[in-house]
Design a protein around this ligand. Sequence first.
Ligand SMILES: N[C@@H](CCC(=O)N[C@@H](CS)C(=O)NCC(=O)O)C(=O)O
Length: 203
Amino acid sequence: MKLIATLTSPYARKVRIALAEKRIECELQVEPVGVPDSPVFRFNPLGKVPVLLLDDGTAIYDSPVIVDYLDNVTPVGKLIPEPTRARIHVKSWEALGDGIVDAAVGIVMEKRRPAAQQSEEWIAKQRKKIDHGLQALSQELGEKDYCTGATFNLADIVTGCTLSYLDFRFGEIDWRGEYDNLARLAEKLSKRKSFKDTVPPAA
Ligand SMILES: N[C@@H](CCC(=O)N[C@@H](CS)C(=O)NCC(=O)O)C(=O)O
């Protein structure tokens, strides 16, 4: 099994942390994305990472599908609970975290375009999603130890990757100053080996 990824993708980091937490061995293949002849198109018609390549050549994407698959490969370190309501709660949390990252990645891409082609209005619209998303994450977390209660699961992985991506690309967003509870959670998560081993390299 092989994971096609970049070292800076927050979606790929989610999968790498899930692999580590579940103690699943997987080769990492780093490939460039966002370039016209990216080799990733050979595995994913959308040209996006992460892609999980199974030994029989099957390509699995995107990150929520990969994590769902991995969680069923072994019961070790279950990341998504079985009961429907609990499962949907965790998956909704994943959708929220990924949605914040979608907006953040979108802004990063927009700012790479020539200045004259950038839309301030579009950037402001994405920024609103980030701000509202952070508020929702904090409200949902409340005073709990982990996102959905007393135990670590996929919701925590996604939240940790999301907050860390904001640090990585948007140092000016002071989410720690605004949300004590998110700061506490992020600090706790950053001590896990799976998070330490997947910190993105300096930009
Ligand atoms: N919904 C996808 C998003 C994946 C994604 O957008 N990955 C970015 C890297 S952070 C990418 O490959 N971008 C290249 C492109 O859009 O061409 C997932 O969760 O896997």
